[in-house]
Design a protein around this ligand. Structure first.
Ligand code: GDP
Length: 206
């Protein structure tokens, strides 16, 4: 598959189909393969989904960290679905809301047969935090395949990037469902966006 073909697939049509704040609001979208994005608030998740689909305003880039509290479903070219899961790890969020995040997400993750893979976004400047590890544990325990995607690599030094990469590689053995390779991305480096699109597409039959 050529990079141009894959780009077209992502950018031809991207449609917001539903937002779900409760399990009942999670839409039924047939058998379309689904890919979900998780990460700490401010990791660059909204920006990344926008970059993948080549649309600046599809996912609102948060002004206030932690303000997206629902699962947002985007249908891409009628072929697959990208799901933006609520950001976590925002210090000011009350504990009860973190628990709420867990219960909704766990129900979604466990019950979603069409979910092909989760992408856990990590800012290498920030590194892997306790909240990332808590979510990783949920995914490991549920046996749901996830892959770490480093974000904003244009903003960090080679040393910072290598340090976080090495730390995460050292963690991989401890995480049964973690894909054993990282992806390093930046919305400012188009080749990394192409690479990420390619990774997503290889998980589905077109
Ligand atoms: P979210 O809370 O995870 O959805 O994060 P956002 O997408 O709102 O991004 C948080 C901030 O990081 C915003 O100011 C973005 O413009 C910035 N940002 C996101 N991705 C990148 C990137 O690849 N490079 C740089 N330099 N900034 C980025």
């Amino acid at each position: 598959m050529s990079a141009d073909f894959i780009k077209k697939l992502f950018t031809t049509s991207a449609e917001f189909v539903a937002g779900a704040a409760t399990i009942e609001q999670i839409p039924s979208l047939g058998n379309l393969p689904e890919f979900a994005f998780v990460g700490r608030s401010n990791v660059g998740k909204s920006s990344m989904i926008n970059a993948l689909v080549g649309r600046n305003g599809l996912v609102r880039v948060s002004v206030k960290p932690g303000c997206t509290r629902q699962l947002n479903f985007f249908k891409i070219s009628e072929k697959f679905v990208l799901v933006d899961l609520p950001g976590y790890g925002f210090a000011k969020l009350p504990k009860s809301q973190m628990e709420n995040w867990n219960s909704l997400i766990i129900k979604y993750l466990k019950g979603r047969r069409e979910l092909k893979r989760i992408y856990m976004l990590v800012d290498p400047k920030v590194g892997l935090k306790e909240s990332d590890l808590q979510v990783a544990k949920i995914l490991d325990d549920s046996g749901i395949s996830y892959r770490i995607v480093l974000t904003k690599i244009d903003k960090c030094s080679k040393e910072e990037l290598a340090k976080t990469e090495n730390f995460i590689k050292g963690q991989m053995d401890k995480h049964a469902a973690m894909y054993p390779e990282l992806i390093a991305t930046s919305i400012k480096l188009i080749n990394t966006i192409s690479e990420f699109r390619h990774e997503i597409i290889t998980n589905i039959k077109l």
